[in-house]
Every structure is written in C-alpha cells, then in structure tokens.
Design a protein around this ligand. Structure first.
Ligand code: C2E
Ligand code: CA
Ligand code: CA
Ligand code: CA
Length: 274
C-alpha cells in the first residue's frame, strides 16, 4: 500500500511483489511434494567419447499437481532457503542409489549435492546409511558439487569431502569455469572429475574464445591427472572437437536427454519388466 495524497491509499502489486508471492506459494507446495510423491528422479547418460555409457546423472523433477513439471532451477533454490533440501537431497540419494544398485557393474550414478547439505545435517552418516541400505558399492557413487560448497564453511566442507572420499565415493567438480574460484579449489582437493560447464560447450562454434577456454581447461585438468566430462554436448561437431582435444567423457542431448530410467534400461542391458 502506498500513501497517495492526503488520506488516500492506493493498492498495487509490483512485479516483484507478485514474484515473491509466487515463490512463497511454491515453497509452501514443496513441503507436500515429498509426502505426496510428486518428486521424480530422471537419469541422463554419461558416456565415453566412443559412445559407451558409463553411468547416469540423477536429475530431480517436480511434477506439481496444477503447474505440471517445475524445473529444478526454480525450486531447488527455494528448498535451499527453507532447509527442505536436506530431506529432498537425502531422498534423491536414496532413489538414485537404489536404482543404480540394480544396474550392471561398473555403471555408476552421479548425484548433485547442495551446499546446504554440507553445512547442515549429517551428510556423511546419511550417505553411509543409504549405501548400506541399498547395497550400492561406494565406488559406484559419484557426488557432484559446485564451488558453492567450498564457499561457506571451507574447513567443514573440505573435511566432509575427505571423509566421503575415504569411503570410496568419487567427487566431481560441477559447472567448472563458471565460478570465481574454480582454479583455487583444484589445489585444495583432489577431485576425481571435472565437468566443464555447458555454457562453454554451447558457444564452441560461435565464439572462438570458448574453444580456447575448453582447450585450456582440458590441458590444465590433464596436467593434474583429472579426467574431464563435457556437459551439454548437443551436436556431433561439438563431440568431435572434444574428442580431438582428448576430453574423456560427454553428457548431453547428443547422447541422451534426462528421462525416466525405464527409457534407458534396455540400453544398459537390464530386462524391462518392472
Ligand atoms: P546441472 O547439475 O549442471 O545439470 C545439468 C543440467 O543441464 C540439467 O538441467 C540437464 O537437464 C541440462 N542438460 C543436460 N544436457 C543438456 C544439453 O545437451 N543441452 C541443454 N541445453 N541442457 C542440457 P536440469 O535437469 O534442469 O537441472 C538444473 C540444475 O538443477 C542442475 O544443474 C543442478 O544444479 C540442479 N539439480 C538438479 N537435480 C538436483 C538434485 O537432485 N539436487 C541438487 N542439489 N541440485 C539438483
Ligand atoms: Ca550436475
Ligand atoms: Ca553442471
Ligand atoms: Ca548447472
């Protein structure tokens, strides 16, 4: 409400108010999403340059009762804000590990972890418990973290990463190149994989700078003995460039879109009667 002249009040809703209200609504709905089975885990294949699938990344989807599918970029920040990401993240881990336990070895599953999961809750204990519960070998679980994980309580996050690694879990650095300090984090922790952000791959053909950046990331990673996965590979031209530059792995629409695992089971040789 805004005072307009003497004694008169004009009510209006700015675009920002509207957005805020919508966020609150979604945040409210999100509390019920877990109990009402509205969350779904999609899987997207990760492959070697020759096309051999080596695993899948678990990507969360929210099938909202009236809005339809809500993208993770829209609701994960909300879940991080109110702490719900702790429960949701645990649920994704459990679903992903349970699924992966039924895949032929050595197919692995990659799960995204939010910085909030590192700061609150007992991530190590819950991962350990989920692995026991599902029977998945720790070496078949990869967790993907962004530099946000290391921005908060650096020491706490680092210790947690070390303990996860000691369990045999693999640690991948996600969205490499988009943050401010990706490089400095490479010296603080021995990552098992670097994922080059898809923004660089998307611009490969259009901007010569992107090609140079991708080359530089690959040469740096290889000097450090860290294998590289390129995200968002959509075209054969992009794949061919990456292969020439000795990139190890690809993920993207060219290999396959995120989808229900059923869609991929025959590809990995699992009987599709479920
Ligand atoms: P991300 O981890 O960088 O995941 C890759 C995103 O790129 C996914 O978006 C995927 O669908 C999309 N993608 C894959 N291949 C291609 C391609 O060839 N072209 C294009 N244009 N896009 C491609 P999505 O599924 O919408 O997820 C967005 C982000 O939400 C993820 O980015 C991740 O940061 C977050 N997220 C998703 N699931 C989870 C989860 O379970 N936990 C947490 N903490 N974050 C999650
Ligand atoms: Ca990821
Ligand atoms: Ca990424
Ligand atoms: Ca991303």
């Amino acid at each position: 409400a805004k005072r307009e002249g003497r004694g008169r009040v004009r009510f209006f809703e700015t675009e920002m108010d509207q957005e805020l209200r919508d966020r609150r609504l979604l945040q409210h709905d999100l509390r019920q999403a877990l109990e009402q089975n509205q969350l779904v885990v999609y899987f997207q294949p990760q492959a070697r340059m020759d096309g051999e699938v080596i695993g899948f990344e678990a990507l969360l989807r929210w099938n909202h009762p009236t809005r339809g599918f809500v993208q993770p970029d829209q609701f994960i920040p909300l879940a991080e804000e109110n702490g719900l990401i702790i429960q949701i993240g645990e649920w994704v881990l459990r679903e992903a590990c349970r699924e992966a336990a039924s895949w032929p070895r050595p197919l692995q599953v990659a799960v995204n972890l939010s910085p909030v999961q590192f700061q609150a809750g007992d991530l190590e204990r819950s991962i350990h418990q989920i692995l026991l519960e599902t029977g998945l070998a720790p070496t078949r679980l990869e967790v993907e973290i962004t530099e946000g994980v290391l921005i908060g309580d650096f020491t706490r996050a680092l210790n947690l990463l070390r303990r996860l690694k000691a369990l045999g879990i693999r640690i991948a650095m996600d969205d490499f190149g988009t943050g401010y300090s990706s490089l400095s984090y490479l010296q603080s922790f021995p990552f098992d994989k670097i994922k080059i952000d898809r923004s660089f791959i998307a611009n490969l053909e259009a901007t010569p700078q992107s090609a140079e950046i991708v080359r530089a990331v690959l040469s740096l990673a290889h000097a450090l003995n860290i294998p590289v996965l390129a995200e968002g590979v959509e075209t054969e031209a992009q794949r061919a460039f990456l292969e020439r530059e000795a990139c190890e792995e690809v993920q993207g629409y060219l290999v396959g879109r995120p989808d229900l695992i059923e869609r991929y089971l025959d590809l990995i040789g699992v009987a599709v009667e479920r």
